[in-house]
Ligand binder design. Structure first.
Ligand code: C2E
Ligand code: CA
Ligand code: CA
Ligand code: CA
Length: 280
């Protein structure tokens, strides 16, 4: 009787069924996306204080046959709910490592000495994740020191002991670990001190208003000073203007990523962007 009662008040809005159908469609399509070669890894350059390319971040795109290019914010959540993030994450690592190996040999070798990819929490929590990465590195002949993994603060706080263990095993082989979207989560100073991290990426939301909002400017200044004390590198993400760049430079942040320099680009265009920047 109770269940029936619950059913009685469980009515659908007209749009809901359509939304649910669309989600199922997406799940079905996403399952096939890897096999059908529809996933693409774009790259966005990272720039050092001399204005030179010093690395890049790999960012996933889905080239859907009907809907065109789909941004990760639209399908990563579905991938996470369905577990598809595991094969997708493995594809991202494998693909990134293939490019890293290719770029480590040619004229882009110096400029692209560090390529980072995003790792989803569920992927990172897999007990065999470090082993999986090591296998991919070996299979693709990739120098581990050229690979970076970007994790969000959520992963870090979730299980500090496990996170610290995994990070230590990456540190031992030279893979660099970044904390992504830094400042938006809840990680405390004491966690940061305990973990073998390499890089903090200051979240775009702070950079956006850094030249108009004094409290954001103070937060960014504090993050940079703190990173400095802890011996960590900082990268500012979402740098869009000269003013933001100048503020960051004067605050001691020496690495930047954002539309001011370049959007994430498909591989061919990215390679052209980097080789042009070498000649400039
Ligand atoms: P994220 O890791 O914080 O990546 C930065 C996002 O900011 C990217 O969005 C990038 O295109 C965008 N961006 C970079 N510079 C600027 C700028 O100057 N202005 C503005 N407005 N935006 C800028 P994108 O590529 O749409 O990726 C969104 C998120 O999806 C990423 O945020 C990341 O959390 C996730 N993601 C992307 N690729 C992967 C992946 O391979 N695996 C996993 N698990 N997540 C991924
Ligand atoms: Ca990232
Ligand atoms: Ca980020
Ligand atoms: Ca973000």
């Amino acid at each position: 009787a109770k269940a029936a009662g619950r059913n009685a008040i469980c009515f659908f809005r007209p749009g809901m069924q359509a939304e649910a159908d669309k989600r199922l469609d997406m799940e079905k399509d996403l399952r096939l996306a890897i096999a059908r070669d529809q996933l693409k890894l774009f790259f966005q350059a990272q720039i050092d204080e001399n204005g030179e390319v010093c690395g890049a971040e790999g960012l996933l795109r889905w080239e859907h046959p009907q809907y065109g290019l789909i941004a990760p914010d639209r399908f990563i959540p579905v991938a996470e709910e369905t577990g598809l993030i595991l094969p997708i994450g493995e594809w991202v690592l494998q693909t990134a490592c293939e490019y890293i190996t290719k770029w480590s040999k040619g004229e882009l070798s110096q400029s692209l000495s560090h390529i980072a990819v995003n790792v989803s929490p569920w992927q990172f929590r897999q007990p065999d994740f470090p082993l999986q990465v090591e296998k991919i590195l070996a299979r693709t002949g990739t120098d581990p020191r050229r690979l970076g993994l970007e994790l969000t603060e959520g992963v870090v706080i979730d299980n500090v002991a496990d996170t610290a263990d995994k990070m230590a095993s990456f540190k031992a082989i030279g893979v660099k670990i970044s904390i992504d979207d830094f400042g938006t989560g809840y990680s405390s100073l004491s966690y940061l001190k305990k973990l073998p991290l390499d890089i903090l990426k200051i979240d775009r939301s702070f950079i956006e208003e850094v030249t108009v909002d004094e409290s954001n400017a103070a937060i960014v200044g504090t993050i940079i000073a703190m990173a400095d004390h802890l011996g960590l590198e900082v990268i500012a993400e979402g740098v869009e203007t000269q003013e933001q760049l100048e503020f960051l430079y004067n605050s001691g942040c020496k690495r930047y990523q954002g539309y001011f320099f370049s959007k994430p680009l498909p591989v061919e265009q990215f390679e052209l962007f980097v080789s042009d920047s070498i000649r400039r």
